[in-house]
Design a protein around this ligand. Sequence first.
Ligand code: SAJ
Length: 421
Amino acid sequence: MPFATISVIGLGYIGLPTAAVFASRKKQVIGVDVNQNAVDIINRGQIHIVEPDLDMVVHAAVTEGYLRATTQPEPADAFLIAVPTPFMGDHVPDLTYIESASKSIAPVLKKGDLVILESTSPVGATEQMAAWLAYARPDLTFPQTHGENSDIRIAHCPERVLPGHVLRELVQNDRVIGGMTPKCSELAISLYKVFVQGECIVTNARTAEMCKLTENSFRDVNIAFANELSMICDELGINVWELIRLANRHPRVNILQPGPGVGGHCIAVDPWFIVSKTPKQAQLIRTAREVNDSKPDWVIEKVKVAVAEFLQANPEKTAKEVTIACFGLAFKPDIDDLRESPAAAITKNITMNHPGRTVAVEPNIDNLPENLLHRLELFSLEKALLETDIVVLLVDHKEFKSLNKKTICTKKVIDTRGIWT
Ligand code: SAJ
């Protein structure tokens, strides 16, 4: 049977669901992660990340004996590398995790194996990974030197799933398959066809790398356009959400939504991979990043103005007596992920600079993370509505969207998502 054993290196937001889905198709899956704690949790049939329904799939895979986690790579027929690719200072991509993953699997590679890089990567990363593998295993041949006759097949197949919908999108999305040679692509397709119902479209590794970066940059540029419009409209006294709704009635216009900034681990990161490779050419992509990165400061200024206006309207109060509620801390609606979140960054800034009380309402968490604990209190929605003067709406969580508008009309509101406007 082809691919009797599959190994997934990196058991995070992409690797763990991918490992679990292969296991649910009755493949023997070895998950590898450097984090012993994550490995222990998975081997108990539990999960260390938040993703709807993933707990059930992992639990079934582990108890039925198809998924096992370890910190040490073991021989397998296919290796999928799904480790983080962050950037360093100056937005230069950091391939250290790919390098150490490659070096860790190299000793267990054997003739006929397939190695797939799934991590979002700058153009050229797959070739770099192939070079690291070849250096570590001079006894094996690789596509960069032996083309279609190589012992090891290598491809870049970027993940494209939306956090919160990972299990569905893994199966249904089309997949870009960037083999280093046509045979590499062919083998990669036969692996993904184990569970992918979408189309597997073949290209080369460099185009596949650029394709993933292009998708996220496209979204970033579109959101930057929306964010710039929101600042222009604010100057001109126009409701930007109404404006975008109207413009989107045009059959060939589709503008995304403005917000307090762009967060997460993908859209705000991946465009820099293009900019750092081609700084002269990537003018628009860089500017979009800068526009989106500047949006939290713009919101913070709006909050300062709101406090001043509130004090003018309530001269008996001092700034110390003004309570600000930040609605939402997550990086996008209806998730509990506060990492790389503009909402969390704005809240933290207000907490540090506002002399009065700052509270947060985040229905998706029970406790504030360590970095936000200082001077910030976590309130229920009801308590916040009773006890605060200014509401800064930062995330369009369903709990806020369904709020009766009458309950907030007595507050001074800064609505960065346009849900109450
Ligand atoms: N955002 C806006 N306005 C919008 C849409 C999003 O301000 O109209 C903000 C969100 O609030 C959030 C940020 O953008 O802060 C990113 O959220 P997202 O939902 O756009 O994207 P991610 O980061 O959760 O997932 C993206 C997806 N990419 C695309 O849709 C092109 C996903 O398919 C990718 O797999 C993922 O990046 C990834 O892993 O690269």
